[in-house]
Design a protein. Structure first.
Lengths: 624, 335
């Protein structure tokens, strides 16, 4: 009888609704979903040896980088580094000053030895992440416990950006752990040791969750020193199989912050009283994501190798209708090849706006056309208002939310440009024919994920160009990355340019992929940001100037960056459309003061490395 | 000796031939895909916004080709694959380099085996018993009710069924967890409490698979029984005065079981491909998501590892069933 009672008691205990183990109180735990999905290597935390699902907490809780980009405030955070990078005059030497008083989670002090060892090890072992990049280090020297000097094989004014965390960087590993390891590639680094504020508590051997606990000595981490004590004692990063499951979890208050689909977000906002998005009202989406979406022409093939054809296709887009088809208008338009985050708006857009207004296209017969429409954002806001959404009336606020402007919807001008280049309409069908008389068909290559902004861009573009009289097909493929790099596409929805840093005005990583030195024929690997294989001698000279400009010389960096952006607009090798509309929601049932549009102290993605810098600002509601 | 020559030997030869051909196809097919493992890896890195310096791109690609073993000719890679296979080694996963494929399979296999082995066997037994009874006594009211339930559940898309169960038992009547294989923050140990927690987490995924599985077997068995029960030997048994239960169990079911046994062997073999949708809907660990990720990341070695195991288990199951057939079916024995 006693055995039966024991079984029944256990059964009842197991059937209770505990989501977490008894020693992990829910009200002391912050739960976020994992962006990159189920971890394939649950027991392996060695992110220096390859892809290890670093957003499971490795980059966002366990480790601190030397520097970290904060795009919400437009700053570079000195984390393990004590100050910005110091280069010598010809950029062949980089000095890194380190923060004092930082300790690894196992109690060993963090010093210059760790930095020297990391760079030497990564350079030596093929296959380690950043092995290729570290080949340009001739020598790395410890000057004292908190100063490291790197001698480079050739001038490189941006070498430190390999160590600058923007969802990826060479992070410093613990020398005292790795020096005892025979093979750093097969080493699992479990339990992991870090310089960040959290340590591993438990993980799912099936790969669906990882639980982290606040370090007792959190004061000895850069997070603690810069921002104070992180509020949650535990952080759980969990993978949910479907968007529906995430919505249900939020409805049960079992998920505090999540990346969602637009449909999922609407369901959460309807169902969960305590949930909210980046903006409390429409358009809800994060408009400060440091990434601009759009369309990418293959400039290596006809007719996309013709600037006027590319411009004709741009002017055949009614951007309001396009944004409505893509995201029901919940986006921030960007007419330039960088996203209009608050920082870039101030650094770049305000300085390029006048030029955009006066920029002219030659449309033939001596006629000029000014393509820029400074009212596009206003028109998009008007669309939203007509749809019944609550939209602000202040023009400045509208500019920040919906974007300042875009290009005019001018199918008549697009027609002139095409006719000027030998295109004509089929008299029977009215559809466009190529200069050789064949019907003009365009295939847009995009991702298979219908919720992704790439996919939405693909279908919105197909609608716009079909309306203009071109036969357009959208091809979705899981081989997008391969086909893109090889240039096996006509138009793809890969980003129109490599993503900028977000928190720094330097556009080197946006413009450098356009350098002619990386130009390769179709079938070979093109660099990210220029799968479209466009180059221009003027761009080469802009890149050369930027290379010679010091990272800390903000004014000069912006001026050179503007030259690059203007050239991209003149040539339009790719079309920027709107900022990546991040769809995130968070539940204020257990925690408040998560950063939102009106409280932008930090970027809002929990999978970013900056998540640890946000945690000290969270406030518990006291609910249990 | 005659049995060995005419029955056993051809089947064993066919068994090895199927494995060689199957494994060869598994080697070739991923290489015909437009997906390149290195470019997919680069795509993964850049898709999250991490900076990949164009200057270092070629160096990185060459290093990875060398490490992944993709530098030789296709023939060299093919023979290398067989050499490794004989040692029980599928090589490293490309996407999770240098983690060995075998250790990735080892992590996921117990979950898949635990879930799918149980649900396949339970569905098979329940479905066949109910199908036999429903087919033999079609006019009974319980048989009609079973028919209606089967007609509702069978055509239902599995995803909808699984999601409905989740909504019902994890949200509206929240007695089961939303997902996962075990309590978050807990550690699996071999005690009663752990087992009960494991069962609680496996209940909804198992229920969804059993519901679909039972009625699949139910309908198939019912059709076979309806045909068998009109055979002369059944009429003869009935006229001979044998009891209903004896006729159903000894005469009808036993004859109707033969195609179902082959079906069971195939189902057991397919376990090694995992249950992708179940794993996704219930966030349940297993081989399904591992295989899916291997396909779209171009992780040839992982793909080949899982598929080779699947081929091996399916062919072995069929061989075993073939060898056991004479026991079930005297006609084969006396042929």
């Amino acid at each position: 009888m006693r055995k039966v009672l024991l079984v029944v008691t256990l059964l009842l205990a197991c059937l209770t609704l505990a989501q977490l183990a008894a020693n992990v109180p829910r009200h002391e735990t912050f739960i976020a979903n994992q962006l990159t999905g189920r971890v394939g290597t649950p027991g392996n935390f060695n992110l220096w040896a390859g892809w290890r699902w670093q957003d499971r907490g490795i980059q966002n809780l366990l480790l601190e980088p030397l520097w970290c980009v904060e795009y919400a405030t437009g700053e570079i955070i000195n984390a393990l580094a004590a100050e910005p990078p110091i280069y010598n005059a010809d950029f062949t030497e980089l000095t890194i000053k380190l923060r004092k008083g930082v300790y690894w989670s196992d109690g060993v002090p963090f010093t210059a030895d760790d930095v020297v060892y990391t760079i030497e090890l990564v350079k030596k072992v093929p296959g380690m992440s950043y092995n290729a990049q570290m080949q340009s280090v001739a020598e790395v020297k410890k000057i004292d416990d908190y100063t490291v000097v790197l001698k480079l094989t050739e001038p490189n004014s941006r070498f430190h950006t390999y160590l600058l965390d923007r969802w990826g960087a060479l992070r410093i590993l613990p020398k005292h752990v790795f020096e005892k390891v025979e093979d750093p590639m097969t080493f699992e680094f479990n339990p992991p040791v870090g310089t960040g504020p959290y340590v591993l508590k438990a993980y799912d051997p099936g790969g669906y969750w990882t639980l982290w606990e606040l370090r007792e000595d959190w004061q000895r981490t850069p997070t603690g020193m810069l921002y104070g004590k992180p509020a949650p004692k535990y952080v759980l990063i969990q993978t949910f199989g479907t968007a529906e499951q995430q919505v249900l979890a939020m409805a049960r208050h079992e998920l505090d912050a999540a990346d969602l689909t637009m449909e999922g977000l609407r369901a959460v906002l309807q169902r969960v009283n305590t949930a909210r998005a980046w903006r409390r009202d429409y358009p809800w989406t994060v408009n400060i994501d440091p990434c601009v979406t759009g369309l990418h022409f293959n400039n290596a093939i006809e007719p996309f190798n013709n600037r006027e054809v590319r411009w004709a296709l741009t002017l055949a887009i009614d951007i309001v209708e396009y944004a409505a088809n893509a995201f029901d208008g919940a986006v921030t338009l960007s007419p330039i090849h960088i996203p209009l985050t608050s920082a870039y708006y101030d650094w770049y857009f305000t300085r390029i706006e006048e030029w955009l207004k006066s920029f002219e296209l030659d449309i033939g017969d001596g006629q000029k056309f000014k393509p820029y429409d400074p009212t596009a954002g206003q028109r998009l806001a008007e669309y939203a208002r007509k749809r019944g959404y609550k939209v602000p009336t202040d023009p400045e606020e509208i500019k920040k939310i919906f974007g300042p402007g875009w290009y005019k919807y001018a199918p008549d001008v697009a027609e002139k440009l095409l006719i000027k280049n030998g295109f004509k309409r089929d008299p029977k069908t009215g559809k466009w024919l190529l200069p050789d008389g064949k019907p003009w068909t365009i295939t847009i290559l995009t991702t298979t994920n219908p919720a992704h902004p790439s996919y939405r861009n693909g279908f919105a573009a197909s609608q716009a160009w079909k309306k203009f009289g071109i036969d357009v097909t959208v091809m979705t493929s899981d081989a997008l990355a391969t086909l893109g790099q090889r240039g096996e596409f006509e138009v793809t929805t890969d980003w129109p340019a490599a993503e900028p840093w977000g928190g720094h005005p330097d556009l080197f990583r946006v413009l450098d992929p356009f350098s002619s030195q990386y130009l390769v024929p179709i079938g070979e690997n093109a660099p990210w940001g220029n799968y479209g294989r466009w180059s221009n001698p003027k761009m080469d000279s802009v890149i050369a100037k930027l290379k010679d400009t010091d990272w800390n010389d903000t004014e000069s960096i912006i001026n050179v960056g503007l030259e690059g952006l203007k050239l991209l607009i003149e040539e339009m090798p790719t079309i920027p459309t709107f900022n990546y509309p991040g769809v995130v929601a968070w539940d204020e049932y257990y925690w408040t003061n998560y950063p939102g549009a009106e409280n932008m102290y930090c970027q809002p993605y929990h999978h970013w490395p900056n998540f640890k810098y946000m945690l000290p600002f969270l406030k518990p509601t006291g609910r249990k | 000796m005659r049995f060995f020559k005419t029955y056993l030997l051809p089947r064993i030869l066919m068994y090895f031939l199927v494995i060689v051909v199957g494994v060869t196809i598994v080697f070739i097919i991923p290489r015909l895909l437009p997906i390149d493992p290195i470019q997919q890896m680069i795509g993964q890195i850049t898709s999250t916004g991490a900076y990949l310096d164009p200057k270092t791109l070629d160096y990185m690609i060459e290093t990875l080709k060398e490490l992944y073993g993709l530098k030789g000719t296709l023939w060299e890679q093919y023979w290398g694959f067989w050499r490794r296979l004989f040692k029980g080694d599928f090589g490293p996963s490309y996407f999770q380099f240098p983690v060995p494929v075998i250790s990735l399979i080892r992590q996921s296999l117990p979950w898949t085996l635990g879930l799918l082995l149980t649900t396949t066997v339970v569905s098979w037994i329940l479905g066949n018993v109910l199908g036999a009874l429903g087919g033999y006594f079609p006019q009974k009211s319980w048989a009609k009710i079973l028919d209606v339930i089967s007609m509702v559940i069978r055509p239902m898309p599995y995803y909808v069924l699984a999601l409905s169960l989740l909504l019902l038992f994890a949200y509206l009547i929240p007695i089961f967890p939303l997902g996962g294989g075990f309590l978050i923050g807990g550690r699996i140990s071999f005690d009663l409490r752990s087992i009960l927690i494991l069962l609680k987490h496996a209940f909804l995924p198992a229920m969804s698979l059993i519901l679909i599985g039972v009625f699949l077997w139910f309908q198939a068995m019912k059709l076979v029984v309806q045909s068998v029960k009109n055979e002369d030997f059944v009429s003869y048994a009935r006229l001979g005065g044998l009891s209903q239960s004896k006729i159903v169990s000894r005469y009808v079911m036993r004859n109707a079981m033969l195609p179902q046994i082959t079906g069971l062997a195939l189902s057991l073999g397919q376990i090694f491909s995992g249950a992708l949708i179940t794993e996704i809907v219930f966030s349940y660990p297993g081989l399904g998501t591992l295989l899916y990720n291997a396909i779209f990341t171009g992780d040839y070695n992982l793909l080949m590892g899982i598929m080779t195991m699947s081929i091996f288990v399916i062919t072995t199951s069929i061989l075993v069933i073939d060898l056991l057939y004479p026991i079930f079916d005297p006609r084969v024995r006396y042929r």
